[in-house]
Design a protein around this ligand. Structure first.
Ligand SMILES: [Zn+2]
Length: 553
C-alpha cells in the first residue's frame, strides 16, 4: 500500500488475522465507520474493522483472539506536545512536586538528605516545584538552599520548566555574580528589598544551566549519561503506555535527546512512537544535511523545528499585552526581538520545516503571527501545518488571523483541571476563562490537537479529555464553560487531530484498515460516565503496532 507521504508498507498477502479483538464497543474515530464490534490485526497494522461475524471469519489456526466483553476501545492516544525525554531524566532527580513536598522546609529536608549522600561539589537536582501549590506564601530562594547545601550546587526546577532556583554554589558554577547583566530573553531574580541575586533563574538564564543546544554553550549542569537517559526513558514509556499513550511529539529535542531516541530505536526498544520537534539552534545542521520534516519511519521521525517566543503560563512569564494582575510586569519575550523571531520563522519555513513556535501570551502570539504572515506571503507553501505551541491567551483577532494563515493550535489539555483557580490571582478570571480555547479553535475551523506538556502538566490523556469536557479545576470550580468540548470532540483531539499535527493522519489516529494497530481498551465508555469521572476510567490494555505493551494487573 502506498501512503500519502509516498512510503510503502507491506500489505498482508493473506486475509488471515494474527490478532482479533471482538465483542467490544469500538470507537474508531473514523467518520466513515464510527463504531464497530471487532477489529483484526496483521503485521502490526489494522486489517479490517467491523461486526463480530465479519472479523471472526478472518481467524486462522494461529490467530490470537481477545474477547472485549463489551469494553470500549479507542485509537491509541497521541500527545501532540510533551517532553518524553525530559520526563525520563526527571525521574532521576528529586521529586519536588507539591503533593510530596508541601513546603520549602520539606524541600530543604530532601535536598539535605541528598547532600549527605553525595560527594561535595556534585550537583543536586530537583524537579516539579510549584510555588502556587506549596504552603509558603513566597518562592524558594538561594538562601533556603544554602542553609542545607553549602557545599553542593543545587538546582530546583519549577514545574513550568521555564525557571528554577539555584544556590550560591550553583550561581558560582555558572559564573553569575552581582554584576552579571541579565542574559537576552532571560533574567536573574533579585530580592526586591536588597536587590541581591536570589537564585531564581528565568528563561534563557535557566536554559543556560540545563538545556543543550539553546545558548551556544554546553549546559552548565553536566548532563545525564546516555545509559541514565535510556533508563529514564524506559520508565517514562511505561508510565505513558499505562495511560493509553501510543504516540508523542517530543517538543524539545537536542543532539543528546536524538542520540537517546536513536539508540533505543536501533535496538527496537522504542515502545511508543515519537515525532521529534528539533530545537531551533540545530537548524543550520539539519539544513546542511537537507533533512526535513517527516524523515524517519513510523516509530521515530524528524518533526518540526521548535522556536520559543515567550515564557510559560504556570511560570507567569508568558508575554502578555496587559500586565499580570497587581503588577507592571508583562512577562518575558524569550526571542531576542520580534525581528529575530520573524527571521527564525522564515528560516525554518524556507528550509522546508514545519515550524512550531512556543507562544503563550497574546503579545507573543501576535508577534508570531506577524512572522508567519511575512514568511507565508514571501514564500507561500501549501499544507505547511505550522503550529502555535500552547497558544494560550487568544482573542478574536488572533483566531481570525490563525484561520486565515491555516495555522494549527496545540493548547494545554489539562491545565484547567491541574492549575485551575491558582492562575486567577496572576491572570484574572476573565483571561483564564479564555485560555486553552479548544472550543473557539474548533468553532473557527482552526486545527487543534490534544497535549499535556508533561512534565509541566499531568500526562494522562483521560484527565486532559475530562478537563476539556468539564472545564473544571481539581477543586470543582468551573472556569470558562463556553470553552467546553463534547466527549467525542475531546477524544478526537487526542487521536485524529494530534495525528494531523504531525502529518500522520494517514498512518494513525483512527482504527482504520491500513493504519498502525495502536489502540487502548478502556474499562468504561467515556461518553457514558459522569464527565467528572472520565479521568478515573481504568486503562485496561494498550496496544502499539499490534503488540500488547501494557495490560492492567
Ligand atoms: Zn513544552
Amino acid at each position: 500500500m502506498k501512503t500519502k507521504n509516498g512510503k510503502t508498507h507491506s500489505w498482508p498477502k493473506e486475509m488471515i488475522a494474527e490478532v482479533i479483538l471482538w465483542g467490544g464497543n469500538i470507537l474508531t474515530m473514523d467518520s466513515r465507520k464510527p463504531q464497530a464490534q471487532a477489529v483484526a490485526i496483521k503485521g502490526g497494522w489494522f486489517l479490517k474493522v467491523g461486526r463480530d461475524v465479519e472479523i471472526k471469519a478472518l481467524a486462522g489456526g494461529k490467530t490470537k483472539t481477545i474477547a472485549l466483553k463489551g469494553r470500549t476501545v479507542t485509537p491509541g492516544f497521541i500527545d501532540a506536545h510533551q517532553h518524553l525525554s525530559q520526563v525520563g531524566t526527571n525521574l532521576l532527580q528529586i521529586d519536588c512536586n507539591p503533593k510530596l513536598c508541601k513546603s520549602i522546609t520539606h524541600i530543604q529536608r530532601v535536598v539535605q538528605k541528598e547532600a549527605e549522600r553525595k560527594p561535595p561539589g556534585e550537583w543536586i537536582r530537583g524537579v516539579g516545584y510549584d510555588d502556587t501549590k506549596t504552603n509558603d506564601q513566597r518562592i524558594l530562594n538561594r538562601w533556603d538552599l544554602d542553609e542545607v547545601s553549602p557545599d553542593h550546587p543545587v538546582f530546583i526546577q519549577h514545574v513550568s520548566g521555564h525557571w528554577g532556583v539555584t544556590n550560591s554554589k550553583g550561581l558560582q558554577a555558572g559564573g553569575v555574580d552581582e554584576d552579571s547583566p541579565d542574559p537576552k530573553g532571560g533574567a536573574y531574580g533579585r530580592d526586591p528589598q536588597t536587590e541581591k541575586l536570589n537564585g531564581i533563574l528565568y528563561e534563557q538564564a535557566e536554559f543556560a544551566y540545563i538545556f543543550e543546544g539553546m545558548t551556544g554553550h554546553p549546559p552548565i549542569i553536566p548532563p545525564f549519561s546516555l545509559q541514565d537517559r535510556i533508563k529514564g526513558l524506559r520508565i517514562a514509556c511505561d508510565q505513558y503506555l499505562a495511560a493509553g499513550i501510543t504516540s508523542v511529539n517530543d517538543a524539545l529535542v537536542s543532539a543528546m535527546t536524538l542520540d537517546t531516541y536513536q539508540e533505543v530505536w536501533k535496538n527496537r526498544e522504542l515502545r511508543l512512537r515519537v515525532y521529534m520537534l528539533i530545537t531551533y539552534e540545530y537548524l543550520p545542521h539539519l539544513q546542511a544535511l537537507r533533512l526535513k520534516t517527516g524523515f524517519g519511519d513510523e516509530w521515530l521521525k524528524i518533526g518540526g523545528i521548535k522556536i520559543i517566543a515567550d515564557g510559560a503560563i504556570a511560570g507567569r512569564t508568558a508575554f502578555l499585552s496587559a500586565p499580570y494582575v497587581g503588577t507592571q510586569k508583562k512577562g518575558i519575550l524569550v526571542a531576542e526581538s520580534a525581528e529575530a523571531l520573524h527571521a527564525s520563522i522564515l528560516r525554518g519555513h524556507q528550509a522546508g520545516f514545519q515550524v512550531c513556535v512556543h507562544a503563550n501570551g497574546d503579545r507573543a502570539i501576535e508577534m508570531t503571527l506577524d512572522g508567519f504572515e511575512k514568511a507565508l506571503s514571501q514564500y507561500p507553501r501549501k499544507d505547511h501545518r505550522h503550529r502555535l505551541e500552547h497558544c494560550t491567551v487568544v482573542n478574536r483577532e488572533i483566531l481570525k488571523r490563525m484561520k486565515k494563515l491555516k495555522l494549527l493550535a496545540v493548547p494545554f489539555g489539562s491545565y484547567i483541571h491541574h492549575h485551575g483557580e491558582k492562575m486567577i490571582p496572576h491572570y484574572g478570571r476573565e483571561r483564564v476563562e479564555m485560555m486553552f480555547a479548544h472550543r473557539s479553535f474548533l468553532d473557527y475551523g482552526i486545527p487543534v490537537s490534544g497535549s499535556s506538556d508533561n512534565p509541566c502538566g499531568p500526562y494522562e490523556p483521560l484527565l486532559g479529555i475530562q478537563s476539556c469536557v468539564t472545564r473544571k479545576s481539581a477543586t470543582g470550580e468551573v472556569l470558562g464553560a463556553k470553552q467546553r468540548t463534547s466527549v467525542d470532540e475531546a477524544i478526537y483531539l487526542y487521536t485524529m487531530a494530534s495525528a494531523y499535527a504531525s502529518f500522520e493522519e494517514h498512518l494513525k489516529g483512527s482504527i482504520t484498515p491500513g493504519k498502525v494497530a495502536d489502540l487502548v481498551v478502556l474499562g468504561e465508555d467515556p461518553r457514558r460516565v459522569n464527565p467528572d469521572e472520565i479521568k478515573d476510567i481504568p486503562v485496561e490494555m494498550t496496544m502499539v503496532g499490534g503488540r500488547i505493551e501494557y495490560r492492567k494487573a
